[in-house]
Design a protein around this ligand. Structure first.
Ligand code: URA
Length: 216
């Protein structure tokens, strides 16, 4: 992807000085689903690939439970460079990296975006609480990107610390195939922004005719 060369050629914030490798993201250019994490950790920084540590193993295992492989999806992070000591991204760092993430979304043009954890969610659904919106299907008109469909869920690394959240993460993943099926059949359904309105909707398993009104 030419974009990766462009990212590598720019020093958008001071993290480009301390990283070992850029971790732009990877996956299928045809991916219907895009996962967005927080930032590369130590292993990712060493290898230049996203989600290859313990959190990545959990992500891969969860994908397998729904019949998907890493090659089927695209995965990127809010930050493309590792923050020292794996600290949280600073707002200025996230803002400096956002144009790259937006361009990745525009190029991949996924049907469904899954923000993993609060940092990824904040980029597209600002002000929301991950515990309140995880597992919900939200459609939002994103500046510069048009209407996009999101299903935020917990970050796998957080679940490794809070094992009691695993069943919740698993149940969110189980929704993915049906959401993709629905969005494939109804690609530009109802151009309304349901983020602040009636978004607590998609009742999986309801009859298709009803799905449309429940979805958006
Ligand atoms: N956590 C993330 O958010 N991203 C990675 O690439 C690895 C761990």
């Amino acid at each position: 992807m030419a974009l990766n060369k462009e990212i590598a050629s720019k020093s958008c914030c001071s993290l480009s000085q301390t990283r070992t490798n850029l971790v732009p993201g990877e996956g299928s250019p045809e991916a219907r689903i895009m996962f967005i994490g927080e930032a590369p950790g130590q292993k990712e920084d060493q290898e230049g690939k996203p989600f290859i540590g313990a959190a990545g193993k959990l992500l891969s295992d969860l994908l397998l439970t729904i019949g998907l492989k890493r090659e089927d999806i695209f995965i990127a992070n809010v930050l493309k460079c590792r923050p020292p000591g794996n600290r949280d991204p600073l707002p200025a760092e996230a803002a400096a990296c956002l144009p790259w993430l937006s361009r990745q979304v525009a190029i991949i043009d996924p049907l469904l975006i899954i923000p993993l954890g609060r940092h990824a969610m904040e980029r597209f659904l600002p002000g929301m609480k991950i515990s309140a919106v995880r597992g919900k299907i939200l459609r939002r008109n994103v500046p510069g990107l048009g209407f996009r469909v999101f299903m935020p869920t917990y970050h796998p690394a957080a679940v490794l610390y809070h094992r009691e959240w695993l069943t919740v993460l698993e149940s969110d993943f189980k929704k993915i195939p049906q959401i993709l099926e629905y969005l494939t059949e109804n690609p530009s359904n109802g151009e309304t922004d349901n983020v602040s309105g009636n978004w607590d909707t998609l009742e999986l398993g309801v009859k298709k005719e009803r799905k449309q009104e429940q979805f958006f």
